[in-house]
Design a protein around this ligand. Structure first.
Ligand code: PHB
Length: 255
């Protein structure tokens, strides 16, 4: 693959262009992309044009482009997230019917929590989680559950790095975080009041594969003060057990 003057391969330049689209920037002009990626304007225009021709980007009005449906189709079709999501959906719907707030399914990806599905009620309270959105591993209830059951090397790396607060109540002291992870393993769920937003509480349980490995976190986000912790945890644990059984029945291997 031909390299540019900066030493980037064509694939690296394409990846930089695609990664410049995020939750806050879904539409960009080629000039904006060039500015954000640091790629030369002329080659950005050319590569963007080719990505539009191939359907990976789509042209919008006023010269801007967005991620094309074809890219969504290709990535969704083959991803391990889709299989897990499909197996989990009926059980997420059960949680949603009983709790009537927000129900999320999340996986660990590169030291962050990636949300692969979210169900909400019309009258649900605040929730910043987005499908295909990420939250810090040490702050969200899903992240805490995934971290508590992750490789000890990842836990040590997270505990050693600065723990940035998302809200005033995010755990930022590594000793307190270590205790919290221990508690999560002991009681089987994470209870995170105000850790992301002062007005809401996240409650999450691990979703295990049939061999006991944790493949995802199932969580609800509730208005602070309305948690009904024992009932919510029972509903979540029942749904997580159902997902494990569905994984076993389908022979689905997530990694
Ligand atoms: C959580 O999982 O702890 C969580 C996520 C999103 C929110 C609030 C809490 O908006």
């Amino acid at each position: 693959m031909a390299n540019s003057q900066s030493g980037d391969s064509m694939v690296q330049r394409i990846v930089r262009i695609l990664e410049s689209f995020d939750g806050a920037r879904t539409n960009q002009t080629p000039s904006e992309i060039a500015r954000r990626t640091g790629l030369p304007v002329s080659s950005t225009h050319r590569i963007v044009g080719e990505l539009v021709t191939s359907g990976l980007l789509e042209r919008e009005e006023q010269g801007s482009v967005r991620i094309g449906l074809k890219l969504w189709e290709l990535t969704t079709r083959g991803s391990r997230a889709l299989g897990l999501r499909q197996l989990a959906m009926p059980f997420m719907a059960d949680v949603q019917r009983e709790i009537r707030e927000h129900t999320q399914l999340a996986v660990l990806d590169e030291h962050e929590v990636l949300f692969i599905e979210r169900l909400s009620d019309r009258d649900s309270g605040a929730n910043i989680t987005k499908v295909a959105g990420r939250l810090p591993i040490h702050a969200s209830s899903s992240g805490l559950v995934l971290l508590a059951h992750s490789d000890p090397a990842l836990q040590e790396a997270v505990l050693a790095a600065p723990l940035k607060p998302v809200s005033a109540e995010t755990i930022t002291d590594p000793r307190l975080l270590r205790d919290k992870l221990h508690e999560i393993r002991r009681i089987g769920y994470a209870f995170a009041p105000g850790s992301i937003e002062s007005v809401s509480t996240g409650i999450a349980v691990p979703v295990k594969d049939p061999f006991g490995g944790v493949v995802a976190a199932l969580s609800v986000v509730l208005p602070r003060g309305s948690e009904q912790e024992p009932t919510t945890v029972r509903v979540l644990k029942q749904a997580a057990a159902g997902i494990t059984q569905a994984i076993r029945d389908s022979n689905f291997i997530s990694h």
